[in-house]
Design a protein around this ligand. Structure first.
Ligand code: PPS
Ligand code: ADP
Length: 197
């Protein structure tokens, strides 16, 4: 299908962008149930890194589904395509020297692993935002679980659509047991240990 398309190398490389920014780049991938705390934590990390003068950006499921992926729903195939496209976008951001905070349910292990494989080793940090369904449902920040229980939303993750928890993520964050700020600090500490920042 793409046999007539040629890849163009640019004269400014990822390393050049990183040198200019004075820090490394890559993808911090937050995965977990709806309401587990992905967006909240991604936002705190983003704000803290931004305040340090770093080049960062948040890619968030709800937002991306308003634009780039507004043609996609929540069947297995559409979720897979959602994550594939977002993975490609995240890779472009990483190539531009940006630290990307990607916050998506991303329920399928193979989809997340494919993004890891598409990036250079060490550029993908999987963060499992672990929170029991019962607690997510109690929080229900958008009132979405209420709608699910009223039968208004089919194929909802954790209810009647699967969630495959990571088995070897770089970080596990238990948001029922720690504050969002503590979780954000853990991620930042990890980036410091890995010499990203
Ligand atoms: N059926 C169903 N299942 C799960 N989630 C649903 C569904 N319908 C709508 N929503 C809302 O969409 C947000 C999840 O979008 P994602 O792009 O992260 O999902 S996925 O990775 O493609 O599974 C999710 O937002 P978050 O709460 O931020 O995770 C929900 O608010
Ligand atoms: N430790 C915590 N970490 C993150 N969010 C928390 C925590 N404790 C309570 N919350 C609350 O839980 C909700 C999580 O919502 P959100 O960040 O939108 O989750 P997600 O993006 O995973 O759907 C927010 O209302 C947030 O204030």
């Amino acid at each position: 299908m793409s046999s007539n398309i040629t890849w163009h190398d640019t004269s400014i490389t990822k390393e050049d962008y990183r040198k200019k920014n004075k820090h490394s780049s890559g993808v911090i991938w937050l995965t977990g149930l709806s309401g587990s705390g992905k967006s909240t934590i991604a936002n705190i990390v983003n704000q803290k890194l931004f305040e340090k003068g770093l080049q960062t950006y948040v890619l968030d499921g709800d937002n991306v589904r308003h634009g780039l992926n507004k043609d996609l729903g929540f069947g297995d195939r559409d979720r897979e395509e959602n994550i594939r496209r977002v993975g490609e976008v995240a890779k472009l951001f990483a190539d531009s020297g940006t630290i990307v905070l990607a916050s998506f349910i991303s329920p399928f292990r193979s989809d997340r692993d494919q993004i890891r494989a598409s990036l250079t080793e060490g550029e993908f940090v999987e963060v499992y935002v672990d929170c029991p369904l019962q607690e997510c449902e109690k929080r229900d920040p958008k009132g979405i679980y209420k709608k699910v229980r009223n039968g208004e939303i089919p194929s909802f993750t954790g209810i009647d659509s699967p969630y495959e928890a990571p088995q070897s993520s770089e970080l596990v964050i238990r948001t029922e047991q720690e504050s969002a700020k503590e979780s954000a600090d853990k991620i930042i500490q990890f980036l410091q240990e890995r010499n990203w920042i």
